[in-house]
Design a protein around this ligand. Structure first.
Ligand code: NAP
Length: 422
């Protein structure tokens, strides 16, 4: 099977392995939220899951927290696995139907785990936002994953589920109403309130360091089709919306959205893996709406300057250690529990078809990067583990939309997220 013409493998739920899901990284800032989410949502279900990490004492602390939700969780299995110990990763991959991992930066810690899952046909989902690493994984494992039956699904957090599944939803609505998909989709991060964790900062720094070590990555990352299958990495010119401007459609000011360079690549990979369902002339853009009036204009300018300054300071060898030490959170740290609860995001998605606009909305409660992300990643893992009969997805290195499409949207709605088309 080739990457551009995936076979329609339909696999029933596999109960032959010890676990349905193993969560690796459960002791980290985001992993703990994912563990709590699984514990609350699947209490009393027959989901067989375990917590994994490299430090038993830390795992025991997370398990004790789960036992406060329900005493039955005091018996949940703890599995020791270290990203630097391939034998432990092979054993982990062979023990479960799905590995769900929050161990990042993925370029630093994730490659052997993907290889271990591919080798034994284990499904996998993660939170990476590291385009260069995802491209390395595609180049290294696409064929082997197709052959072993592993569905490796990257980008299952705030980057890039709202963009990827939001666009998929709008395109499906366009097909239903007009018999064809939209040739252009514009994604606006309409409202958002959230923070950063040390793991996210570490991943940004790691990407910058990787580019310094491998300058050829600059060209790869600049290509909107960088994650498309080999031989399919060109396409129509894409909009570059990096400077502040006013939009009648958004009824407000717009600035650059920090995750656009990641999400745009993921949406274009979905289009390619879905057999170019959105069209070969498909155009996609993402921006941040900053509000109306003088305040909105100032915010748009502030985001443009602030984003540039953050990237410049993380890229400067002399300044980066100081910014990391005194300003940004360290690995294991992140927003306070109160801030995570108070966070939210809302994205609006506009697609053009037959001179009309199809408008979609995706909304999640709690901090998008940690609270809502815990919902998105845990439901992706459960979807891979339990919805085998509903997923007509091929094996390979996939995106959320190409792997789980409608089925994951239904699960996320059920978990409290909004996915709607007006
Ligand atoms: N896509 C999104 O929207 C999104 C949102 C949130 C986070 N993220 C990404 O998720 C990742 C984690 O972020 P975070 O803030 O949760 O980071 P974190 O708090 O630093 O957690 C990292 C986790 O990795 C584990 N780990 C580190 N080295 C390991 C090794 N050699 N073997 C096994 N486990 C190891 C740590 O274990 P110990 O506890 O033993 O140190 C910890 O559990 C980052 O890459 C971040 O960019 C993405």
């Amino acid at each position: 099977m080739s990457e551009s013409s995936p076979a329609q493998t339909i696999r029933p739920r596999d109960r032959s392995r010890t676990y349905d899901i193993v969560l690796l990284g459960a002791t980290g800032f985001t992993g703990r939220y994912v563990a709590l989410e699984l514990a609350r949502r699947y209490l009393g279900s027959d989901l067989r899951w375990a917590l994994a990490g490299r430090n038993l004492k830390k795992l025991e602390r997370v398990r004790a927290e789960l036992a406060e939700i329900d005493p039955s969780y005091a018996a949940i299995d703890l599995v020791i696995a270290d990203s630097k110990d391939r034998v432990s990763l092979d054993a982990l991959a062979a023990s479960t139907s799905v590995v769900c991992t929050t161990v990042g930066p993925y370029a630093k810690y994730g490659s052997d785990l993907v290889a271990a899952c591919v080798a034994v046909g284990t499904d996998y989902c993660d939170l990476t936002g590291e385009v260069h690493w995802a491209r390395d994984m595609i180049d290294a494992h696409q064929e082997a994953a197709e052959a072993s039956g592993a569905r490796i699904v990257n980008f299952c957090g705030f980057d890039s589920i709202p963009s990827d599944l939001g666009t998929f939803m709008v395109q499906e609505a366009a097909k239903e109403r007009h018999g064809k998909t939209c040739n252009e989709v514009r994604y606006y991060m309409w409202r958002v309130s959230g923070g950063f964790s040390g793991g996210t900062v570490d991943s940004m720094v790691n990407t910058i360091e990787s580019i310094k070590e491998r300058p050829e990555l600059r060209k790869v990352l600049a290509n909107p089709f960088a994650l498309a299958p080999e031989g399919d990495r060109t396409g129509p010119r894409q909009p570059n919306r990096m400077s502040p401007h006013y939009s009648e459609e958004a009824r407000g000011w717009l600035g650059p959205f920090v995750m656009a360079p990641v999400n745009t690549r993921v949406v274009h990979r979905s289009n390619a893996l879905l057999g170019h369902e959105y069209g070969r002339d498909f155009v996609y853009s993402e921006v941040m709406r900053t509000g109306t009036g003088a305040r909105g204009a100032m915010m748009a300018a502030g985001i443009t300057v602030g984003l540039g300054a953050l990237l410049a300071s993380l890229g400067a060898d002399a300044i980066r250690p100081l910014v990391q030490k005194y300003i940004l959170p360290k690995p294991g740290e992140g927003p306070t529990p109160e801030a995570v609860e108070a966070g939210f995001f809302e994205a609006r998605i506009f697609g053009d078809v037959d001179g009309e606009v199809v408008e979609g909305k995706v909304r999640g409660e709690r901090d998008p990067g940690y609270g809502a992300t815990a919902t998105m990643l845990s439901e992706a893992a459960v979807c891979l583990a339990l919805d085998g009969e509903d997923l007509q997805s091929p094996a390979g290195i996939l995106t959320p939309a190409s792997a789980m499409g409608h089925t994951l949207i239904a699960r996320l709605r059920d978990a409290g997220m909004t996915f709607e088309v007006s």
